[in-house]
Design a protein around this ligand. Structure first.
Ligand code: PLP
Length: 390
């Protein structure tokens, strides 16, 4: 039925999931799986967290959508929370990561035009980056495999080698209106930016009056052990793109912006019909309350260390694991070969993991995963490595 009715865009596992609870998923055959994917870093509180379920069900009885012609309380509350937890002052709500990136790119173009005229329109992005599938976001996604069949893409963009300060300096000129970077590259293999590189980006953006855009869509919302990834690096961007974890499984995205940058937009410049609707915002408010007030975030560091130690034990046994990298609960296991088979074998044994690039296994479990569950996951991974490498 799926082949008949659904467009053929995803490579999927042969499973239909029916329900989930915490870090566990259950398929239609009654099998259960331990979930180290969490909807690709989305279900930060696990599946069907009671606080999120409660918020969605209560809000859905009151008001789901009204359009941005009017105000709604959950949107105001969520904006206030995001501002209070950050160094930023203004929010624009959208529905997905790519849409957050599009918003940031449009803001950068308008900001550049105001600051430096028509020519100040150039956007620097990183090689091996990932920013989403829409044509604008794709134009700054530095991976040929995603771009090649969709040319021509948006112009006046240029790729910089990630973590290469010299290359960055060479390409930064007066025509640059923005630079966009993932503080930790997700899709291409869990590669953290060097702090010195981000510092240089900040310095150059200040000199050139360009916007520094952090795409925290994957690495934000608690993944690094701080609510925002920039807080783990100590460099404040002008614009933060977020989505994935923000709604804990409900679709919502946002950009969080410094006042000076936000001032570039005036009424009519941008919009989104569903953006900031009360239902999505109520879900996100519940997520932030759990992470911050109920302090789920405070345990991320300890869980990360625990998981890292278990992984290092595996690395000692299996030298095919060349490197373990990442921050918080965004971890990459780099192998000396392609990981597709390992991912498949884990699935067969009831552990969900996802690749990042060809040689990296990405671990992005729910932030409230229990140590016991980490042990269970490691056990399965070890069985798989044993059967693969022994
Ligand atoms: C997932 C992701 C996106 C795209 O988000 P969508 O919601 O799929 O549009 C953009 N940037 C990064 C870093 C991502 O991980």
């Amino acid at each position: 039925m799926a082949k008949e009715h659904l467009m053929n865009t995803y490579e999927r596992f042969d499973v239909i999931f029916e329900r989930g609870a915490g870090s566990w998923l259950y398929d239609t055959e009654g099998r259960k799986y331990l979930d180290f994917v969490a909807g690709i870093a989305v279900n930060c509180l696990g599946h069907s967290h009671p606080a999120v379920v409660h918020a969605i069900s209560e809000q859905s009885k009151k008001l789901m959508h009204i359009s941005n012609l009017y105000w709604n309380e959950p949107q105001l509350l969520l904006a206030e929370k995001l501002v209070s937890y950050s160094d930023h002052q203004k929010v624009f709500f959208v529905n997905s990561g790519a849409e957050a990136v599009e918003t940031a790119l449009k803001l950068a173009r308008k900001y550049g035009k105001i600051q430096g005229g028509e020519k100040k329109n150039r956007i620097l992005y990183m090689k091996n980056s990932f920013h989403g599938r829409t044509l604008g976001a794709l134009a700054v996604t530095g991976q040929e495999k995603y771009q090649k069949d969709f040319m021509p893409l948006m112009g006046e963009v240029e790729a910089v080698s990630f973590n290469d300060i010299e290359d960055l300096r060479e390409k930064a000129n007066q025509n640059v209106c923005a630079m966009i970077v993932e503080p930790i590259q997700g899709e291409s293999g869990i590669i953290p930016a060097q702090q010195s590189f981000l510092q240089e980006m900040r310095k150059l953006c200040d000199q050139l009056d360009a916007l520094l855009i952090f795409d925290e869509i994957q690495c934000g919302i608690g993944r690094t052990g701080k609510l925002f990834a920039y807080q783990s690096f100590g460099i404040i961007p002008d614009v933060i793109c977020m989505a994935k974890g923000l709604g804990g499984g409900f679709p919502i995205g946002a950009i969080l912006v410094k006042d000076e940058a936000a001032a570039a937009f005036s009424p009519g410049d941008h919009g989104s019909t569903f953006g900031g609707n009360p239902l999505a915002c109520a879900a996100a408010c519940a997520v932030l309350d759990e992470l911050m007030e109920k302090k789920v975030i405070e345990d991320v560091k300890e869980k990360s260390e625990y998981l890292m130690e278990r992984l290092e034990e595996l690395q000692k046994k299996y030298p095919a694991i060349q490197q373990i990298r990442g921050i918080g609960l965004m971890i990459g296991l780099c192998f000396d070969r392609e990981v597709k088979e390992i991912v498949k074998k884990c699935f067969e044994k009831g552990l969900l993991v996802i690749g990042a690039g060809a040689n990296v296994i990405r671990l992005v479990p729910a932030l409230n995963i229990e140590k016991k569950e980490i042990d269970q996951g490691i056990k399965i991974l070890q069985d798989v490595l044993e059967s693969t490498f022994a």
